[in-house]
Design a protein around this ligand. Structure first.
Ligand code: COA
Length: 259
């Protein structure tokens, strides 16, 4: 299948999916998310593929978030739909029978951090930066970031990152358990490949079972996921959301009123 916003290649059983919108720091618009979902499904069906790498093109960004320019004019109903449909793709990555490892080569913000968290593991380049800055836009994460961040780093630190919108570097992300390893950027793909190849020597059905069982621990359909979708949609009806997104697009500081 040919794609517009992602690059897909297969080498020695590893399918690499590269988000390829470098001029927008690989921001995720609707099409890009759908294409990632299709590529992961294809990788799962491909008889020669045993694992996947998800990364971003260029050296600056993994994914700098959902594409703010695409949803800036959305209302509550469209916001909820965006979250629900995107969430299905992120869930499909989390539930992939073949491991998907995020090779985080730069900014992983908002939807980018959420995308990395949906993968089974994360390897970060030394320059990677993580954060959930949605509150700057009058929003919250919409692709299960409020749930997976808690799962990975615990409630207290997750609340801090979600409420302050602070960005953290690769070393702190490693210390918190958000990423599995930190390596120099030039070694990122080699390290990710090495881990996948090790997993590739194990029994594929057992690997798929491990993924299912670990996901089961978190009761995937727990209410938090649904609550996030509803809250995310609801915020699209607020004036602060309009102000936050307009301020970003106009490159100025947002002035929030609580309405
Ligand atoms: N959505 C849409 N466009 C985005 C984007 C996003 N999430 N992130 C970056 N871009 C675009 C910028 O608008 C800019 O486009 P332009 O050249 O047409 O003006 C381009 O990507 C480069 O980004 P820029 O902001 O100039 O780079 P920078 O190095 O100064 O800053 C960031 C990098 C990541 C700190 C900054 O781009 C940023 O804060 N992005 C938004 C992060 C965010 O809030 N994500 C959550 C969204 S829910």
């Amino acid at each position: 299948m040919s794609f517009q916003n992602i690059l897909v290649s297969i080498n020695e059983g590893i399918q690499t999916i590269t988000v390829n919108r470098p001029d927008k720091l690989n921001a995720l618009n609707y099409l890009t998310i759908q294409e990632i979902g299709k590529a992961v499904a294809e990788g799962n069906h491909h008889p020669e593929v045993f694992g996947m790498i998800l990364t971003g093109s260029g050296e600056k960004a993994f994914v700098a978030g959902a594409d703010i320019s695409e949803f800036a004019a959305f209302g509550a109903i469209e916001g909820e739909k965006l979250s629900r449909e995107g969430g299905e793709v992120f869930n499909s990555i989390e539930q992939s029978a073949k491991p998907v490892i995020a090779a985080v080569n730069g900014f992983a913000l908002g939807g980018g951090c959420e995308l990395a968290m949906a993968c089974q593991m994360r390897i970060a380049a030394e320059n990677a930066k993580f954060g959930q800055p949605e509150v700057n836009l009058g929003l919250i994460p919409g692709y299960a970031g409020t749930q997976r961040l808690v799962q990975l780093i615990g409630k207290g630190k997750a609340l801090e990152l979600l409420m302050t919108a602070d960005m953290i570097g690769a070393e702190e992300a490693h210390r918190l358990g958000l990423v599995n390893h930190v390596v120099p950027q030039a070694e990122l793909i080699a390290k990710t490949t090495e881990i996948l190849k090790k997993i590739g020597t194990k029994a594929p059905l057992a690997i798929a079972s491990v993924i299912r069982c670990v996901n089961a621990h978190y009761q995937f359909d727990a209410n938090g996921f649904d609550a996030e979708i509803r809250e995310f949609g609801g915020l699209f009806g607020s004036q602060d959301f309009k102000e936050g997104t307009q301020a970003f697009l106009e490159k100025r500081k947002a002035v929030f009123t609580g309405k």
